[in-house]
Write a protein that binds this ligand. Structure first.
Ligand code: ZN
Ligand code: ZN
Ligand code: FE
Length: 751
């Protein structure tokens, strides 16, 4: 994005010597000079950065002065850290201007691109990164394009996906049966969308299903046909101004939205008070309340391809753009497959003949403390590297089960793959194996080791066993901790607060509310949440009321059914005995210390939700409720010291919640107090561990830390107590980031 020339000019202006170079993990600058100009230089890097540059973070350290004068740009090329494959990127400002310039030969051409922009990772079939090894291979360049391609002074010099209306891919518009319709494809798509129809649109990494976001009936139809009862739909708006009409933006959200990666960013609805938590309306005529019911946020993105720009600009204030799939299936990306799988959902298809080679879902980000917090790291970020604290042997890590993603390492770089989906069937398993092979090929990595979860039954674990490489089994929460350490380049000993859904514990219980002391080489469990049964195993994940019963039983014993709580009505009188027996005898009810399940239990207690249609839904809605609550203090809890570490006993909190419910305390305050209690209890445990072991670096990881309110409260308490707190900024805290941790632990085990 012209970042190196920008740094060069800045260095000249401040009379600094040194160099700047690109690495797979970002830009490295070595600058030498007097204190004041150096400080000004540092400030200017953020303040004056080129429009397309996204500065996720700046890390600096003092190094000894060296001899030498002048400032230089060190060319990439050569060396172990160099990769040829860039992430997919939205159209650049120059190409965008041409796209809407009637005098340009690519006026309104949806496949306009140059050296600075366009698809990369999704269209690459092999290396070297050259046109024959992309899905553009089948389009011979016309003389005009070839001339640009060969002219070193041209913006399209060696732009591999170069194309124009003469020689490049074409749009097509078909009905649901696949018959091409006469007329201009884009105009037809706009017309159908205006009429409230559902149109499947081929994007960069797969198909989206689009409807007019302002058309309540159309959004409802999409919800029904997609069998997606409550999960929020993402929105695409033509520009920031359009988003401001229905959501609140700050400078960081704007920078993330406008970045070339074009992620979905979660932004607060503009008027939450009018909105009402249960989705009574958005207070905005452009957005149907069915887009994101029971949620204070919209997931929004800006166009990520020229086709999107053409579709949106001057046509729609916002479109729903949700992944082209049925709930829980991977996104469709091949044309024939898309037509087949989306046939019952889409009324028509806006497609084209440039193939997508690698499926890449949209990335999803929240803003936390001025940095991105990834909920899903995929299109736009893959295969960007992450710099590790030390070089290691090449490892393939296969992740866990939910939110699958693999990680490959080479030297001091780790490469996390795109989001693969939940590994619950052979199709996603195949996708995982293909991804590992393809990523290895284009990054030229031959793994020497394979790392996997400790859980013997995960499909990923079985796949790892069949790879013919030495295996390293990694405990789930140790991997979460190592992922957070790795991206923060920590080494040595830290304390990990790992609040998660579920993971296989080496003691046969289901872990998920863990305090781990250690590093890459190993860990010791120094504390955890109290154990309760997980009644019915996986069924308890789908039905949070089961967790409420488990926690109520832990607190009140068999008398729990005497309580007057709406969630208990889920269990008919005749079934109550069965539940009690199941819990008391541990039948199909493994003990769990899961923090995510505690959130589920409290959500059910508060009447937020007894059943969920996707993992984490109850906790997300509980957080939304708590955000309405305001400061409200914490509930009591007890820390119990045992041989196995500190156990957080929250029975007194549950008793207080039940009392508050009986006293008609507003539920938002109860939800808020619950968040505060979990944060205080966790900070207390950290204090005890520090008193015993002297550790003062804390990493926060695990899926529960997608919860911003909890993260904010806990990080604040820990910092106030003098801890150094590290959170995720480069990979998700959920299982989507776990492969990074597995890879580093395995690399360490075989160093
Ligand atoms: Zn461009
Ligand atoms: Zn051409
Ligand atoms: Fe996890």
């Amino acid at each position: 994005m012209g970042f190196r020339p920008f740094v060069y000019r800045l260095a000249q202006r401040h009379r600094l010597s040194g160099w700047v170079r690109n690495t797979p993990a970002g830009v490295i600058v070595e600058a030498q000079g007097e204190d004041a100009p150096l400080a000004d230089f540092m400030r200017a890097i953020t303040a004056e950065a080129p429009p397309l540059a996204v500065i996720a973070a700046i890390c600096s350290e003092d190094i000894p002065p060296v001899a030498g004068e002048g400032f230089e740009i060190i060319a990439s090329g050569g060396g172990a850290g160099v990769i040829q494959v860039a992430p997919d990127c939205d159209v650049c400002p120059d190409c965008l201007a041409e796209l809407f310039d009637p005098a340009d030969r690519r006026f309104r051409y949806p496949f306009i691109t140059c050296t600075n922009c366009g698809p990369r990772y999704s269209i690459i079939t092999g290396i070297p990164y050259d046109r024959p090894f992309t899905t553009m291979a089948r389009f011979p360049m016309c003389p005009a394009c070839r001339a640009e391609y060969e002219d070193p002074g041209n913006r399209r010099f060696h732009a591999q996906p170069i194309a124009c209306p003469e020689c490049g891919p074409r749009l097509a518009f078909t009905d649901a049966a696949g018959n091409e319709m006469a007329g201009e494809p884009l105009a037809l798509a706009v017309e159908l969308l205006r009429a409230g129809k559902i149109v499947a649109v081929k994007g960069i990494g797969g198909y989206h299903l689009a409807v007019d976001a302002g058309n309540d009936r159309a959004v409802g139809a999409l919800r029904r046909r997609k069998k997606r009862d409550e999960k929020p739909f993402a929105l695409m708006a033509p520009d920031l101004e359009a988003i401001r009409a229905f959501a609140q933006l700050d400078a960081i959200a704007e920078r993330l939205l406008e970045g070339p990666e074009r992620p979905i960013v979660l932004v607060e609805k503009r008027d939450r008070t009018q909105m009402g938590l249960k989705g009574r309306g958005t207070g905005d005529p452009h957005i149907s309340p069915q887009v994101a019911p029971a949620n204070g946020y919209f997931g929004v993105m800006l166009p990520s391809s020229p086709l999107h720009h053409l579709l949106l600009r001057e046509n729609f204030a916002a479109l729903v753009m949700t992944s082209g799939n049925l709930s829980d299936e991977p996104i469709a990306y091949r044309d024939a497959e898309a037509r087949e799988r989306l046939a019952g959902i889409a009324d028509a298809f806006l497609c084209h003949d440039r193939e997508i080679h690698t499926r890449c879902d949209d990335s999803v980000i929240r803003v936390f403390r001025g940095n991105p917090l990834f909920l899903r790291r995929s299109r736009g970020y893959v295969p960007r590297g992450i710099t590790l604290s030390a070089p290691q042997r090449s490892v393939l890590a296969v992740g866990a089960e939910l939110k699958g993603a693999v990680c490959l390492t080479r030297g001091e770089y780790a490469f996390l793959s795109q989001h693969i989906g939940d590994l619950k069937n052979p199709a996603t398993l195949r996708s995982l194996e293909e991804t590992a092979a393809h990523l290895g090929r284009i990054l030229e990595i031959r793994p020497e080791l394979v790392a996997h979860d400790l859980h013997p039954d995960y499909l990923s674990t079985r796949a790892a066993a069949g790879m013919g490489l030495p295996q390293v089994a990694v405990q789930h929460h140790h991997a979460h901790m190592a992922a957070c350490m790795a991206e923060n380049r920590l080494a040595g000993e830290v304390l990990g607060v790992i609040f998660d859904g579920t993971g296989y514990g080496p003691d046969g219980t289901v872990w998920g509310g863990e305090f781990l002391l250690g590093g890459y080489a190993g860990y010791r469990r120094v504390g955890h949440l109290d154990l309760v049964p997980l009644p019915g195993g996986d069924a308890a994940i789908r039905e949070p009321f089961r967790m409420a019963i488990a926690w109520l039983h832990r607190t009140f014993g068999a008398a729990l059914f005497d309580l007057d709580l709406p969630c208990l009505a889920e269990v008919a009188d005749r079934k109550r005995e069965i539940y009690l027996r199941m819990i008391e005898r541990g039948i199909n009810s493994p003990p769990t210390s899961s923090c995510g399940r505690l959130f589920d239990a409290v959500a059910a207690l508060l009447g937020v939700r007894n059943r969920v249609s996707y993992e984490g839904q109850a906790a997300i809605e509980l957080e939304a409720l708590a955000e309405e609550g305001g400061e409200a203090g914490a509930y009591p809890y007890v820390l119990v010291t045992t041989g196995g570490g500190t156990v957080v006993d929250v029975r007194s909190m549950l008793r207080a919640i039940v009392e508050d419910l009986a006293g008609d305390e507003p539920k938002a305050f109860i939800a808020r107090r619950f968040h505060a209690t979990v944060a205080r209890a966790a900070a207390d445990v950290c204090g005890k561990v520090r008193a015993a072991c002297g550790v003062d670096q804390v990493v926060l990881s695990g899926g529960v830390f997608q919860n911003r309110l909890l993260s904010e409260e806990l990080a604040g308490l820990l910092e106030a107590a003098g801890f150094q707190v590290f959170v995720h900024r480069l990979v998700p805290p959920n299982d989507g980031g776990i492969a990074l941790g597995q890879a580093v632990i395995a690399g360490h085990a075989f160093s």
